[in-house]
Design a binder for this molecule. Structure first.
Ligand code: CUA
Length: 156
């Protein structure tokens, strides 16, 4: 089979363009640090979560009038802290990361629902306007005791 000379030229141009595009993609993704938008994520070493502030001391801290920051870690199969209590009307700013695998972070009855990825810090805020016992549940399958993975927020 004989390839026409013009076809060879076009083939060469096509391959060259492919490498040009791959090159542009590679340079922009790695050298220039262009990443998909992720406004709520910062990086962390997932193997050092328990030594990395603020996750070395998970818990609820007041940061204003009826305003709290909840620093939390997710792990197989639970969350730290395992219980929190806040007054009605409180706004909680959750700062969460995972120590091991991908977990979920959902509070049924609210719009809080996020994925907790190891190596990333996720943020979500919620104002608890009704008293009650709120569960934080894992909605990403993470292993044998996945369905028992939860923690509680008591609002009163
Ligand atoms: Cu953690 Cu499912």
């Amino acid at each position: 089979m004989q390839i026409h000379k013009l076809e060879k030229i076009w083939l060469a141009i096509g391959i060259t363009m492919l490498f040009v595009f791959l090159g542009v993609l590679g340079v922009s993704a790695f050298a220039m640090g262009v990443k998909p938008p992720s406004e709520h994520h910062h990086r962390i070493d997932p193997s050092k979560v328990q030594e990395t502030a603020p996750f070395n001391n998970p818990g609820l801290r007041p940061i204003g009038n009826l305003e709290y920051e909840a620093v939390m870690t997710a792990f197989t199969f639970g969350y730290a802290p395992d219980k929190m209590e806040i007054p009605v009307g409180s706004t909680v700013h959750f700062t969460v990361t995972s120590q091991d695998v991908v977990h979920g972070f959902a509070i049924p009855g609210t719009n809080v629902n996020m994925m907790i990825v190891p190596g990333e810090i996720s943020h979500v805020s919620h104002t608890f306007t009704k008293p009650g016992e709120y569960l934080i549940l894992c909605n990403e399958y993470c292993g044998g005791a996945h369905e028992f993975m939860k923690t509680t927020i008591i609002v009163k």
